[in-house]
Design a protein around this ligand. Structure first.
Ligand SMILES: *Cc1c(COP(=O)(O)O)cnc(C)c1O
Length: 378
C-alpha cells in the first residue's frame, strides 16, 4: 500500500497546467471575439496543423470518429461497399465504417508492433467476396506507424483508397515521412488524452487532394457551399473555436512532448527489459509517438491488480476486440486467416502511465513497482 495519490494512466489536467497561460489566453480571445463557430481560430489551426503534418489541407471536425466518417464519405463510400481495417482498435474506427453503411472487414495484426499485417491484408483482398472493397484504414496503434509502404502498395494494386487512422500518432513518422501523409486522407482525434488534445472533443481530416478537401468542408456543414443552400446531403461536425484556440496553444510543444514520451519509453525499456514481460518493439525506421507504452504480460490481470494496490493506474487498450463486441460482432466480416493474434494480444496487453508531464522519478518508481510485480507474480 502507498499513501501517495495513485498515478493515472493519462493525466489531461497535467497537460492543461503545462500550457495554462497560453490556453487561458486563447479561450479569453475566443470569448471576446463573439465568433464561436468556424472563425479565425479554426482556420488558423487547420493551416498550422496541416503544415505540421505536411499535408496541404486540414478540415477541423467534431471528433476523431467524425473525421473517419467524413474521410469515408468524401471518398464516396457507403452501402454496398466494404472497408478493411483491424479489430484491435478504438471502436470508433469500425463504427465510422458501419455508419456509412459499408461493411467493415477486419484483418489480423502482427504481434511486434500491434499494427495491420500486410500479408493478411493481401490474403483478405484475394479471398474477398461480397460488398465491393473500396478502402483500407491502417491504424497507427499506440503511436507506432503501421507498415505504410506495404499497405499503400497493396491498396494501389487493387484500386483501394487508404485512410490513415492517426488518432494515436500525431507526430509519428516512418522512414522520415509523417503518418497522415501516406494515404489519400488522414483522420486525427484531439480527445483529451491524445498526444495533441483539446479540452473536450475535436478532430481533423487531412488531405493533399484539393477536391477531397473541398468535399469535406461541404459535408461537415449541412452540404453547404453557400450559406443556407445545401448542394448535397451533409451533416454537422465542426471543430469549435474554443477547442481550436486550445489546440493552437498546444501545437507548438507537440514535438517536445513527443520527445519527452520517447525519453520516458527509454527509461521503461531499460528498467523493464529483464522482467520477463515483452516490452514494446519499434521498427528501426519508425519515429514512435508513444501514445501508449504497452507491455505484454501473461498474467496481465494479476499484475494490473498488484499495480493498482500499489498506486499505479494502468489501462487496457483494448480489452475486447471489435469482432467480439455485441454491438458489432454481427456487422463485421473477419478477414482471411482469422484474428488469432488480435485475440491473444487482448488477453496480455497492459499500458503503463504515459504522458509528458511524468517526472523521471515517477517513471522510475512505476518501473520499480512493475519489476516487483514481476518477481512476486512469477
Ligand atoms: C481516439 C480514437 C478514435 C476516435 O476518436 P474520438 O475523438 O474519440 O471520436 C479513433 N481511432 C483511434 C485509434 C483512437 O484512438
Amino acid at each position: 500500500m502507498t499513501d501517495r495519490p495513485p498515478l493515472l494512466p493519462a493525466d489531461p489536467r497535467a497537460n492543461y497546467l503545462a500550457h495554462r497561460e497560453a490556453i487561458d489566453e486563447g479561450i479569453r480571445r475566443v470569448l471576446h471575439s463573439g465568433w464561436y463557430i468556424l472563425g479565425s481560430e479554426v482556420k488558423a489551426f487547420e493551416e498550422e496543423f496541416a503544415r505540421f503534418v505536411g499535408a496541404k489541407f486540414g478540415i477541423g471536425v467534431g471528433s476523431g470518429t467524425d473525421a473517419l466518417y467524413l474521410a469515408l464519405r468524401i471518398l464516396g463510400i457507403g452501402s454496398g461497399d466494404a472497408v478493411i481495417t483491424v479489430s484491435n482498435t478504438a471502436v470508433a474506427t469500425v463504427s465510422a465504417i458501419d455508419l456509412t453503411g459499408a461493411a467493415p472487414v477486419l484483418v489480423d495484426v502482427d504481434t511486434d508492433t500491434f499494427t495491420m499485417d500486410p500479408a493478411r491484408l493481401e490474403e483478405t483482398i484475394a479471398h474477398h467476396r461480397g460488398p465491393r472493397l473500396r478502402a483500407v484504414i491502417p491504424v497507427h496503434l499506440y503511436g507506432h506507424p503501421a507498415p505504410l509502404e506495404a499497405i499503400v502498395r497493396i491498396a494501389r494494386q487493387h484500386g483501394l483508397s487508404v485512410i490513415e487512422d492517426c488518432a494515436q500518432s500525431h507526430g509519428a513518422s516512418l522512414d522520415g515521412r509523417m503518418t497522415g501523409t501516406w494515404g489519400d486522407v488522414a483522420a486525427f482525434s484531439f480527445y483529451p488524452t491524445k498526444n495533441l488534445s483539446a479540452i473536450g472533443d475535436g478532430g481533423a481530416v487531412l488531405t493533399s487532394d484539393a477536391r477531397l478537401a473541398e468535399q469535406a468542408r461541404v459535408l461537415r456543414q449541412y452540404g453547404w457551399r453557400e450559406r443556407y443552400i445545401s448542394d448535397e446531403t451533409g451533416f454537422n461536425t465542426r471543430l469549435d473555436e474554443v477547442q481550436a484556440a486550445i489546440l493552437r496553444a498546444k501545437l507548438p510543444t507537440l514535438e517536445a512532448q513527443n520527445e519527452r514520451r520517447r525519453a520516458i519509453a527509454r527509461i521503461y525499456d531499460e528498467l523493464l527489459g529483464d522482467t520477463g514481460f515483452t516490452i514494446p518493439r519499434r521498427r528501426a525506421d519508425a519515429r514512435h509517438a508513444y501514445h501508449q507504452y504497452t507491455l505484454r504480460v501473461p498474467d496481465r490481470d494479476g499484475l494490473r491488480e498488484y499495480l493498482r494496490t500499489n498506486g499505479v493506474g494502468t489501462a487496457i487498450l483494448y480489452p475486447v476486440p471489435i469482432h467480439q463486441q455485441r454491438g458489432y460482432r454481427d456487422r463485421v466480416i473477419v478477414g482471411a486467416g482469422g484474428l488469432l493474434n488480435t485475440e491473444a494480444l487482448a488477453r496480455e496487453i497492459l499500458s503503463l502511465p504515459m504522458y509528458p508531464e511524468l517526472t523521471d522519478e515517477q517513471v522510475h518508481s512505476i518501473a520499480e513497482r512493475v519489476a516487483q510485480g514481476s518477481r512476486i507474480r512469477s
